[in-house]
Design a protein around this ligand. Structure first.
Ligand SMILES: [Zn+2]
Length: 182
């Protein structure tokens, strides 16, 4: 989904987006919009100070975000898990973190594959001198979100990995989350 000006207007009309005295409320979340540039600066500083542990921190923060989304979306009503998944992806889309979708979902085998296309981080990361020496997938914040939401809908502990990443030259980012055996 692309959030165009027209979509923005619709969201305001339907009260999905409320603007009030310096407060922004989006889908029930109180927002503080941060430019992707600034996000990237935050990640650069983290990386300079912590090395690759920075990505563990991002993963943990992503999980916190996932839990917050679960609490907020789940609060409204008891929705079926597929619908919950779709809604959590819609929320991420609207936040401007790229085009999120489900490539595969199997509740029986406990496997969910997520995709992010057009991530706004790709260009910023590629332009970063500080991150340029990295040879790894970098979207651990998003992985943390997927990880937490998958734990919730699969009602189980999970393992997650980013198998493809635009930062490494893939055409999209792909995340595989699987139920942990045992
Ligand atoms: Zn990636």
């Amino acid at each position: 989904m692309v959030v165009s000006g027209e979509n923005m207007k619709k969201m305001v009309k339907s009260n999905q987006l409320e603007l009030d005295d310096g407060d922004i409320d989006l889908l029930g979340f109180r927002m503080g919009m941060v430019p992707i540039y600034t996000w990237t600066k935050l990640i650069e500083r983290l990386y300079e100070m912590q090395g690759e542990e920075a990505f563990d921190i991002l993963f943990e923060v992503g999980k916190e975000h996932g839990q917050y989304a679960i609490d907020e979306i789940g609060k409204e009503h008891d929705i079926p898990r597929r619908q919950f998944l779709d809604q959590s992806l819609y929320t991420a889309d609207v936040l401007g973190l790229g085009r999120f979708s489900l490539e595969k979902i199997n509740f029986e085998s406990g496997k969910i594959i997520y995709k992010i296309e057009d991530s706004p981080f790709k260009e910023e990361f590629e332009n970063s001198d500080i991150l340029s020496d990295l040879d790894r997938e970098v979207d651990d914040l998003q992985r943390g979100m997927f990880h937490k939401v998958a734990e919730c809908v699969l009602d189980s502990q999970v393992e997650s990995r980013e198998t493809h990443c635009t930062f490494k030259g893939d055409s999209y980012c792909r995340f595989v989350v699987e139920r942990k055996e045992g």
